[in-house]
Design a protein. Structure first.
Length: 177
């Protein structure tokens, strides 16, 4: 059993490092992103990474001290809204005119890469987990990281080609088609 705890502690340590890097990245780009919608998205992602960090630390402490994968992490919820609706609300707030720079789009691309690496990491860890609570934690992290990736994918399309984003999301069609 000690070997399993050691594996879990190593996984949590790596996860913590990844989440802290993500948080640091989002903190930096919030300050430099020119597009207001992009800035709000990055700020929200930073907050989510903070919750992830808090979850991981709580679990790590529980395993280190009591040798139990605590379910207290469930109390640390990430957002209470669907990410698609958050994006749509922000688009409604800021309008149709994206004011993105190349640097903004590059920041989104880096964020996409970070989130994809997180998804792959957690998917790999899921196959190694034995404890049901650990598996549930990892599944939730995969779900949230995939949500972040989808949100950033939407943001990328919106910033790079707002007309395409609106066409895709407003389901407009051609007359007579």
């Amino acid at each position: 059993m000690t070997q399993e705890y050691d594996r879990t502690l190593m996984m949590l340590s790596t996860a913590l490092d990844m989440e802290e890097k993500g948080k640091g990245f989002y903190e930096r780009v919030v300050k430099t992103t020119e597009d207001k919608l992009g800035r709000d998205i990055f700020a929200g992602l930073k907050e989510d990474e903070e919750k992830h960090i808090e979850r991981i630390k709580k679990i790590y402490g529980s395993i280190k001290g009591e040798k139990v994968f605590t379910e207290e992490w469930r109390d640390l919820k990430v957002g209470d809204k669907d990410l698609k609706s958050i994006f749509s609300e922000l688009v409604a707030k800021y309008g149709r005119n994206a004011k993105a720079t190349t640097t903004d789009i590059e920041a989104v691309d880096i964020g996409l890469d970070l989130e994809l690496k997180s998804v792959k990491f957690y998917e790999d860890q899921l196959s190694k987990a034995k404890d049901e609570e650990e598996k549930e934690f990892i599944r939730q992290m995969i779900l949230e990281e995939k949500g972040h990736h989808a949100l950033l994918s939407d943001l990328r399309l919106y910033l790079a080609d707002p007309a395409s984003w609106f066409s895709e999301h407003e389901h407009t069609g051609l007359d007579g088609a």
